[in-house]
Design a binder for this molecule. Structure first.
Ligand code: AMP
Ligand code: GLY
Length: 420
């Protein structure tokens, strides 16, 4: 079958790597892709935010299956366009992707289906929002309702910080995403990510992971898109996962179907775990980045079969073949990230690294120029390894990093510390 994956990050490189190993995959195209992806698939330059362009490309290239990686094309309705054209598609409709694109909408769904989450209120004006903060006190969490590239959440430790965040959001710092503001109770506990495939009716958990959001060792410094991840997440025990399915995930899926907007794709539930129970922090309508890199390392070729079963509405017959393994990914970023950083520095030593079922360097932001690999983003490489234990996986990943020569890059040295 001919498969098109939309996206250009480490997530899409990992998806492409897993899909490519499956004998069902004849031709694999990734749009727009990156230099690492181009080593294993064809890449194509199309406007992935425009459903009509994607449909035309699929028709011209006899694509049988479309996998949508990032949230922006989902929110823009690309899955609606491809499904309307009769293309088998992995990824939710724009209406269902509101579970990520609107925090207020997600809260409303939680209310409607009784899913445990932080207490909250939503506002469209600053004055009542500020009065609410003053009444509740700090710490408190202020969120822009819409998509803000992961930057629209302010965990305010003081009331003054929360009030300033409200002014920033209503002042237009996040554009239209901040026209509505959700203010939430600050939850304590341990965070973990839970990934579930659903065809709108059936649901199948496909793994757990923990991300490292802060830029520096020991979870210090500013927030990032994620500096590393590992799977499984020990805090998400079988018991807590089962409870989260019953209390949060399945009620959400039923509520979305009841509203006539069934959710089909991967549902990424960010959970806060405390006293044996998970509460919902947020949903994402896509795979996590870099969590996908560790999930794909563990799932391998079966990831394609699972995504196909999801898109074809036969998840009730699908199952995951688990191995008793652990995977870790360490993000190498350009010095300066998540602040200002320069692009174009050369990365050497990649060609001598192993690339097999236990070791992969997924590219997140690279381009190739005259045979050299150059950094072209903030998060640039995901050094990913699998082992029988987490420390085995960790040692393999850091051993690979020792061979990479990139003076303009850095990574955290403590990925996995919480579980180790
Ligand atoms: P989100 O974009 O909703 O995932 O928020 C980004 C991060 O902010 C989360 O991963 C949490 O670490 C933190 N966060 C969000 N909401 C809350 C909350 N209600 N209580 C505590 N921390 C939160
Ligand atoms: N790693 C966090 C995310 O993908 O949203």
């Amino acid at each position: 079958m001919n498969i098109l994956i939309l996206g250009s990050g480490g997530r899409e490189h990992a998806l492409a790597w897993a899909v490519k190993q499956n004998p069902k995959c004849d031709r694999l195209i990734v749009a727009p892709g990156n230099a690492g992806i181009a080593q294993l698939a064809e890449v194509a330059d199309i406007n992935i935010l425009d459903g009509a362009s994607v449909v035309i490309f699929c028709e011209e290239n006899a694509i049988d299956f479309v996998i949508i990686g990032p949230e922006a094309p989902l929110a823009a309705g690309v899955a609606d366009a491809t499904r309307a054209a009769g293309l088998l598609t992995f990824g939710p409709s724009a209406a269902a992707a509101r579970l990520e694109a609107s925090k207020g909408f997600t809260k409303e769904i939680c209310d409607a289906c009784g899913a445990p989450t932080a207490a909250y209120a939503s506002f469209t004006e600053a004055a009542p929002a500020k009065a609410y903060v003053t009444a509740q006190g700090a710490p408190i969490v202020v969120k822009a309702d819409g998509l803000a590239a992961g930057k629209g959440v302010i965990v305010a430790l003081t009331e003054a910080e929360a009030l300033a965040a409200i002014d920033d959001m209503f002042g237009g710092e996040f554009g239209a995403a901040g026209a509505e503001v959700v203010i939430e109770e600050f939850m304590t506990g341990e965070e973990a990510s839970f990934f579930i495939l659903t065809d709108g009716v059936s649901a199948l958990p496909i793994g757990t992971a923990q991300d490292h959001k802060r830029v520096g060792d020991g979870d210090t410094g500013p927030n990032t898109g994620g500096m590393g991840a590992y799977s499984p997440a020990p805090v998400l025990t079988d018991e807590i996962s089962a409870r989260a399915m019953e209390e949060i995930v399945l009620p959400t899926i039923r509520e979305m179907a009841r509203r006539g907007t069934p959710y089909q794709g991967v549902l990424y539930a960010g959970l806060m775990i405390k006293d044996g129970q998970g509460r919902l922090v947020e949903y994402n309508a896509r795979f996590g980045d870099p969590e996908t890199q560790v999930l794909m390392m563990r799932l391998g070729a079966q990831a394609l079969d699972l995504m196909l079963a999801c898109a074809e509405g036969r998840l009730d017959q699908a199952q995951v073949n688990w191995a008793n393994d652990h995977a870790i990914t360490v993000v190498m970023a350009a010095k300066g990230y998540p602040g200002a950083y320069s692009k174009g520095s050369e990365i050497r030593g990649l060609d001598r690294l192993p690339a097999d079922s236990r070791h992969m360097v997924f590219h997140a932001g690279t381009i190739e120029k005259d045979g050299a690999i150059l950094a072209s983003g903030g998060r640039v490489l995901n050094i990913t390894a699998r082992g029988d234990t987490l420390s085995d996986a960790r040692n393999r990943a850091y051993a690979m990093i020792d061979h990479i020569r990139w003076p303009d890059g850095f990574c955290r040295s403590d990925i996995g510390w919480r579980a180790l």
